[in-house]
Design a protein around this ligand. Structure first.
Ligand SMILES: [Zn+2]
Length: 354
C-alpha cells in the first residue's frame, strides 16, 4: 500500500476554541479537517486504491509523558474537564481539548507505527490540534502536546529506532520540537520558516543545539513574502545534504501549510504546486536515504480554501496522480538576495558542525 491516511471523524467535532476576535472563527478549528476530507473525497483521492485510511487511537499518559512534564498532561486534562482555561500563549483549553490533543498525538504514533512495520510505504497524519510549538513543560501557539516528538520517542522506546530526522515546513519555527531535542544527537531538527514571527522569538540561525546535540538543530529563517521559487531553492541547497549526512532510519515531515499565500496567519507566498515539488524531492531522497520510510504530520495551515488543496496536492503527489490547481499565480523570477545570504550562513554551520 502506497499511502496510509491516519485521521479520525472526531477531529471534525472536538475542541472548538473561541475566536480571539469577534465574528471570526478561531484559526485552528474542526473545519480544517472536515473540509480537507471533503476535498479528498470529491477529488477521488480518498477512494484511490493505493490509499488506505486508518482511525487514530488516543495516545496514553505514558506516551505523552515520555516527552512532556506530567504536570502539563494533568493541567490540560483538568482544565478541559472544567471547560475553559489557558495553558500557554494562544493555547486556550475548551471542552474536549484534552480528548482532541490525545487523539492527535495518537494519530502521529499510529502513522509512524504503520510506516515502521511496512504496512504502508508512506503515512500522512491528518490530525489536529497541531503540536510543534509545545515544549517539554508548556503548550503554546494552538499546540497542546507535541505530536511529532511523542511519535519520535515512541519509536525510539518501543521500536528501538534510533536516528530520526524531523523536517519542519510550517511557516513558524518548530520551537517546541527543537527544545525537546536540543541536546539529543539522535534526533535532527531542520526547520524552514519565516523570520521571527510575532510572539515567537525563536528559530534563529544561532540555535544549533547544545551539548551532545550541538549541530543537530538547524534553522532556516526566510524573509516575509518568500515565493515558492526562492523557498524551493533554499530547500534544495540544504535539505539533501543534511539528510544524506545524518542518514536517519525514518524521516518525519512536520508539514504546515500556513506558508500558502492566502493563509491568514503566515506571510509567505507558496502555492499548491510548490508543495508538490517539495513532496517529490522528499519522496525521492527519502527513498534513497531511509528506504522510503517517510511520515507526514499535519501542523498549521488556516486558510480553509488553501488547506484542503495543499494537503490534496501532497497526497496526490505521493499517489502519483494529477489534481487540478486552482490557486496558480505568477511568481517573480529573481531569487531574493537575502535567501542567498541565509543559505551561505547555513552552509557555514554545516561545515562547522556536521
Ligand atoms: Zn504555523
Amino acid at each position: 500500500m502506497k499511502l496510509g491516511l491516519i485521521s479520525h471523524k472526531a477531529f471534525e467535532e472536538l475542541h472548538i476554541p473561541e475566536a480571539t476576535r469577534p465574528w471570526m472563527e478561531a484559526f485552528e478549528n474542526p473545519n480544517r479537517i472536515k473540509l480537507t476530507r471533503e476535498y479528498l473525497h470529491n477529488s477521488g483521492l480518498l477512494e484511490n486504491p493505493n490509499l488506505k485510511s486508518f482511525d487514530c487511537k488516543p495516545a496514553t499518559r505514558e506516551d505523552i509523558t515520555r516527552v512532556h512534564n506530567p504536570y502539563l498532561f494533568d493541567v490540560v486534562n483538568e482544565l478541559s474537564s472544567l471547560g475553559s482555561g489557558e495553558v500557554g500563549s494562544s493555547s486556550f483549553v475548551v471542552k474536549d481539548t484534552f480528548k482532541a490533543a490525545c487523539l492527535s498525538a495518537g494519530g502521529a504514533i499510529s502513522a509512524v507505527e504503520e510506516v515502521n512495520k511496512n504496512s504502508i510505504e508512506t503515512a500522512f497524519a491528518l490530525i489536529r490540534p497541531p503540536g510543534h510549538h509545545a515544549g517539554i513543560g508548556h503548550s503554546e501557539g494552538m499546540c497542546y502536546f507535541n505530536n511529532c516528538a511523542i511519535a519520535v520517542r515512541w519509536l525510539q522506546e518501543k521500536k528501538k529506532v534510533r536516528r530520526i530526522l524531523i523536517l519542519d515546513l510550517d511557516a513558524h519555527a518548530c520551537d517546541g520540537t527543537s527544545q525537546i531535542f536540543y541536546t539529543d544527537p539522535t534526533v535532527f531538527c531542520l526547520s524552514f520558516h519565516e523570520y521571527g514571527m510575532e510572539a515567537i522569538e525563536r528559530g534563529w540561525l544561532e540555535e544549533i543545539g547544545s551539548g551532545e546535540g550541538e549541530g543537530y538543530n538547524i534553522n532556516v529563517p526566510l524573509p516575509y513574502g518568500t515565493w515558492g521559487n526562492a523557498y524551493r531553492w533554499a530547500f534544495e541547497q540544504i535539505f539533501p545534504d543534511i539528510l544524506r549526512d545524518f542518514k536517519p532510519e525514518m524521516l518525519i515531515v512536520s508539514f504546515g501549510f500556513d506558508t500558502h499565500y492566502s493563509d491568514p496567519v503566515g506571510n509567505m507566498n507558496l502555492q499548491a504546486e510548490d508543495y508538490a515539488q517539495l513532496t517529490r524531492i522528499i519522496l525521492q531522497l527519502g527513498k534513497e536515504v531511509c528506504g522510503g520510510k517517510i511520515t507526514f504530520i499535519l501542523e498549521g495551515g488556516y486558510s480553509l480554501l488553501a488547506l484542503p488543496l495543499s494537503i490534496g496536492t501532497v497526497i496526490s503527489t505521493i499517489l502519483d496522480t494529477e489534481i487540478k490547481y486552482f490557486d496558480k499565480i505568477p511568481e517573480p523570477e529573481k531569487i531574493p538576495k537575502i535567501v542567498k545570504d541565509v543559505t551561505e550562513e547555513i552552509q557555514n554551520i554545516k561545515k562547522q558542525y556536521l
